[in-house]
Design a protein around this ligand. Structure first.
Ligand SMILES: C[S@@+](CC[C@H](N)C(=O)[O-])C[C@H]1O[C@@H](n2cnc3c(N)ncnc32)[C@H](O)[C@@H]1O
Length: 271
């Protein structure tokens, strides 16, 4: 079987991994927490640096949680974080969501956070997640919706950032406005019973603005975002610098506010 060779728009620069590392089961998987208890076997596909994966491990101990990634760099970050937190019931393994290296019906929960939006064939990925999920288990996914992001104050530099990110992701065959499409993708993957919900990340305090906006100020200049944008002729170095300035200015604004809408799905694998 051939699997798509997708380009991951964000890349794995330290600024990206640091930003992803701020995620927790509480702030990113609240819709799934009621399905996690001691003994639940979890597969976390596209686990990134593994901060959510490690929270899952604490919630389901002594069961082993498995995080998989098709790139080694974030797996190393996850393993180091597990060692430093003394969490032993987790493994970070190389793997591809399109061709999971596990037998049918291996896991109680098969989870993907902010992964389907980066794939050229999210429906194929959901079918493969369904295959490795036990009949009494659940396939869970949550994705942001870039077009639905909203913030204050409006600035040209941040609007330009939003437009550019969406153009880059679409150019990679991905879908930046994934949140609104999760239910449709799950239905196309053959799930009959899907519980669909939405939730937001909101950044409003000085600390929250620094975590979100400070990370983006660095990501636009240093991550794969800028190299892809410039190489493909979408913008110039000075455009990138203007976007970074806009993010820095937003962080400093005392009344600045940003909301990221997400779609969420809980899919019954037997349906
Ligand atoms: C936005 S990150 C999300 C990381 C983590 N789930 C989180 O929310 O912190 C998406 C991750 O999916 C991974 N990914 C992309 N395509 C993949 C594939 N085909 N199989 C496994 N992982 C993949 C990327 O390497 C990236 O680390």
């Amino acid at each position: 079987m051939t699997t798509p060779q997708d380009t991951y728009t964000h890349g794995h620069h330290p600024s990206v991994l640091r930003s992803h590392g701020a995620r927790t089961a509480q702030n990113s998987a609240g819709y799934l927490l009621h399905r996690l208890q001691p003994g639940t076997r979890v597969l976390d596909v596209g686990c990134g640096p593994g901060s959510i994966t490690l929270d899952f491990a604490e919630l389901v101990a002594p069961a082993i949680v498995t995080g998989i990634e098709n790139v080694e760099t974030p797996l190393e970050v996850g393993r180091a974080a597990a060692a430093s937190a003394g969490i032993g019931n987790v493994q970070f393994l190389p793997g591809d969501v399109y061709a999971l290296d596990f037998p049918d019906q291996s896991f109680d929960v098969v989870h993907a956070h902010q992964v389907l939006q980066h794939l050229s064939d999210p429906v194929a990925a959901l079918r493969e997640m369904k295959r490795v999920c036990k009949p009494e288990g659940v396939v869970a996914a949550r994705d942001a919706d870039y077009a639905a992001m909203t913030w204050f104050p409006a600035t040209e530099g941040m609007s330009r950032w939003q437009d550019l990110y969406r153009a880059l992701a679409c150019g990679n065959g991905a879908e930046p406005d994934a949140g609104r499409r999760l239910l449709s993708w799950a239905q196309q993957a053959g799930f009959g019973h899907v519980q669909s919900s939405a939730s937001v990340w909101c950044y409003a305090t000085p600390e929250e603005r620094t975590v979100w906006g400070g990370a983006w100020a660095e990501r636009v200049t240093s991550s794969a975002f800028s190299s892809q944008a410039i190489t493909r002729g979408f913008c110039t170095e000075s455009d990138i610098a203007a976007m970074a300035r806009a993010w820095h200015d937003w962080v400093e604004q005392p009344d600045a506010w940003f909301a990221v809408l997400h779609g969420e799905i809980l899919c019954d694998p037997t349906s």
